[in-house]
Design a protein. Structure first.
Length: 44
């Protein structure tokens, strides 16, 4: 059985997951600030 395609698929999947995770970490502070402002304006 040839596992090359499976291992390549796993490597690509982990790389894509890492890129998405890094983007989420980079976007989190801005999103948290936006969400806090939305909640604060809701209670005004």
């Amino acid at each position: 059985m040839d596992f090359d395609s499976i291992l390549t698929g796993l490597a690509v999947t982990s790389a894509v997951t890492a890129i998405i995770g890094a983007g989420a970490i980079k976007a989190a502070p801005g999103f948290a600030r936006w969400a806090t402002n939305k909640v604060a304006t809701f209670f005004r």
